[in-house]
Design a protein around this ligand. Structure first.
Ligand code: PLP
Length: 397
């Protein structure tokens, strides 16, 4: 525990809270409020008695609604024993690694990655093995990269699509290859799909669990946090083989007893009445994505890929600075814009920044103006051959 480092994201937010006039592109949560309809229904259910412990696997009505939702949006056959409700995607991550890892087991973690994975894996006695993804491949994970990182003790492949922090989405053809590799090497696959509904340009989310033979070796992690702007309700879920879900339910029961009853009622209302609002939110995020992508593409010294999903963009500023940790502090002090340095996301992030486009268009525009002004004050050294890949659109899929 002493070796765990405090989250850089929280650290930047605390620093910014002491300053006036700050625009935060730091923390990864929608700026939208939970829909009033969801709040009203959850409150009505609380008043009617949804204030007791729920079963550890989850509120039966919510489990039922989730089965329908996953069947429809993933094309998965879901039996009641395939599902459990958790305290956010985080609760599912806690339960899954404590269930499936023995001390010393290795987890293949594509990077740049959500920094919290390391703590979840190490607290369960596991070891992180990085699989690099590359800017010039738009950070899309390939089976070839996984093969290059495979070790004798690798037990689990972790996927995160759409990805935090790059916004990359793994296209269907790559999922086929990754599934083939998982079957060949007998890997379990943990697929963090908490951004599954936040996907742009008319694309649809695809899960590796739908590939032949993969439902038996995949643990899919989902969440209400991002899809329904419900981060504070702490509600998520896990889908997987019944024998693993049963063990994970035991682990979760000892940690948290159950997910909060009133939040589970809110989740039920979200699935029944909240999906329309998701479409509007995604359209708003797509407009913001376009704005930040265009703005960053025009800044000399910045290389950027176009996010296909989630609400992050991960520009590379290696031509402007060799020290992104210092860069983000100076940007905050001089221009009052919060972004997160790429360093906690893994070695491939060491010359990048994560920006969350979780503020509305006028503020986002102002943030981009401030960022461009800040960047223009710094000399930049073009890297050999970087012109051709300065701006890498998502061409696949
Ligand atoms: N997984 C990823 C990739 C995330 O970005 C987050 C939150 O930022 C989570 C999981 C956990 O989210 P929650 O616990 O709110 O569902």
């Amino acid at each position: 525990v002493r070796e765990l480092r405090p989250s850089k994201i929280r650290e930047m937010s605390l620093r910014a809270a002491k300053l006036d006039g700050v625009i935060s592109l730091g923390i990864g949560e929608p700026d939208f409020q939970t829909a009033p309809e969801i709040c009203r229904r959850a409150l009505a259910d609380a008043l009617a008695g949804a204030t007791h412990y729920a079963p550890s696997q989850g509120d039966p009505e919510l489990l039922d609604a989730l089965r329908g939702h996953m069947g429809e949006s993933y094309g998965l056959a879901v039996a009641p024993e395939n599902l459990m409700v958790t305290t956010g995607g985080m609760g599912a991550l806690t339960a899954v690694f404590r269930t499936i890892l023995n001390p010393g087991d290795e987890v293949l973690v594509p990077e740049p990655h959500f920094p919290e994975y390391r703590a979840h894996i190490e607290l369960a006695g596991g070891k992180v093995v990085h699989v690099p993804t590359r800017f010039d491949q738009e950070y899309v994970l390939t089976a070839r990269a996984v093969r290059g990182a495979l070790t004798e003790r690798a037990k689990v492949l972790l996927l995160n699509t759409p990805n935090n922090p790059t916004g990359a989405v793994i296209p269907g053809a790559q999922l086929d290859e990754l599934a083939e590799l998982a079957r060949e090497k007998d890997l379990l696959v943990v697929c963090d799909e908490v951004y599954d509904q936040l996907i742009y340009d008319g694309r649809r989310h695809e899960s590796i669990a739908t590939r032949p033979g993969m439902a038996a070796r995949s643990l899919v992690i989902g969440s209400f946090s991002k899809t329904f702007a419900m981060t504070g309700w702490r509600l998520g879920y896990a889908f997987g083989p019944p024998e693993i879900i049963a063990e994970m339910t035991k682990v979760a029961a000892y940690y948290t007893s159950c997910a909060a009853s009133v939040s589970q009622r809110a989740g039920l209302a979200a699935l029944r009445h909240g999906l329309k609002a998701v479409g509007r939110m995604v359209a708003a995020f797509q407009r913001r994505r376009d704005l930040v992508f265009e703005a960053l593409s025009a800044v000399p010294g910045v290389r950027v890929t176009k996010p296909a999903g989630a609400f992050y963009i991960f520009p590379d500023v290696g031509e402007i600075t060799r020290d992104v940790d210092r860069f983000v502090l100076d940007l905050l002090d001089q221009e009052r814009v919060v972004v997160i340095p790429g360093t906690p996301f893994g070695p491939s992030g060491r010359t990048s920044l994560r920006m969350a486009f979780t503020v509305d268009l006028p503020l986002l525009e102002e943030a981009m103006t401030r960022f461009a002004r800040f960047a223009a004050r710094r000399p930049h050294r073009p890297m050999a051959g970087s012109g051709a890949i300065r701006r890498a659109d998502q061409r696949r899929g």
